[in-house]
Design a protein around this ligand. Structure first.
Ligand code: PXL
Length: 281
């Protein structure tokens, strides 16, 4: 099983490839990487960071890989710095995804109702196009709203099924993270997703107040790890959501600054135990 993770390297702040590579490879599969850019830190909550766009290097890297005969069972794309890189990802899918392989797009664009720095409406439109080429997409609620032209400020629990349906029209298996739902024990944080049969489903975990940077990367990477090990969507969503929530819980207990990312390292063993148990069932 060979996975390609396309994402930036943010040297500090635990997101994108510094999360994807350890989580996916520890899941027990080969994870090759294609860095889209190198930043000294990520862009959320830091100023003065360096940003080297690697778009110029990518064509020659891909040509060498093609010469090696490389192809992938799963390709996951994350942070893309430009519309040109969105086009590059579409080309990579055509050239390197095995027949019957799975294309996963994390449409990294924003959080808490706002787009991240460097992104605009034009980029959102192009990202919709990339999502149409995917088998699985993993937006957070903010990104789901941008992809479906929904007003984030007025979104409530009653709107989640309609958002999911609109995403399902873009791509067969969407999974939306960070959807607050009210349960008998108070507010829970829910993933709304569509399973292999096209059925709407949801999975709730404890809601931990606060904005935790890198949570989407932890979730997406664990989901890829589980799918790469042959788990179905239900099991993959459950294990990825529990791993992310446990990482957030530990980060809050540590009282570290949110911009330095999640303590997912401490939860890795529990994640792998859950994955192995489900994979050997
Ligand atoms: O975690 C998403 C992400 C990835 N990469 C970069 C970012 C962000 C979010 O801010 O800035 C460079």
């Amino acid at each position: 099983m060979r996975v390609l993770a396309i994402n930036d390297i943010s040297c500090v702040g635990k997101c994108s490839l510094t999360v994807a590579l350890p989580v996916i490879s520890s899941s027990g599969v080969t994870c090759d990487i294609l860095p889209t850019a190198i930043l000294s830190t990520h862009t959320g909550g830091f100023t003065g960071y360096t940003f080297r766009d690697l778009s110029e290097d990518i064509p020659a890297m891909l040509d060498q890989w093609e010469g090696l005969g490389l192809s992938y069972d799963i390709i996951i794309s994350g942070y893309l710095g430009s519309i040109r890189q969105i086009e590059t990802v579409k080309g990579i899918k055509r050239r390197f995804l095995k027949a019957g392989g799975t294309m996963i797009v994390d449409p990294v664009m924003g959080d808490n109702g706002r787009l991240y720095s460097h992104f605009d409406r034009n980029f959102v439109e192009e990202m919709k196009g990339l999502c149409r080429t995917a088998d699985v997409i993993v937006p957070n609620l903010t990104e789901a709203c941008f992809l479906t032209d929904t007003d984030y400020a007025s979104v409530g629990e009653r709107d989640y099924p309609a958002i999911l349906d609109k995403l399902h029209a873009l791509c067969p298996r969407p999974s939306v993270t960070g959807c607050d739902v009210s349960g008998k024990d108070g507010t829970m944080s829910c993933v709304f997703y569509t399973d292999e049969a096209g059925k709407r489903r949801q999975y709730a975990t404890e809601k931990i107040e606060g904005a935790f940077h890198g949570a989407g990367d932890v979730y997406a990477s664990a989901l890829v790890g589980c799918l790469a090990r042959g788990l179905d969507t239900d099991a993959a969503v459950r294990i990825a959501a529990e791993f992310t929530t446990a990482s957030i819980r530990q980060t809050r207990a540590d009282k570290t600054e949110a911009r330095y990312g999640l303590n997912s390292e401490s939860q890795m063993y529990a994640y792998l135990c859950a994955l192995e148990k489900a994979a050997n069932r």
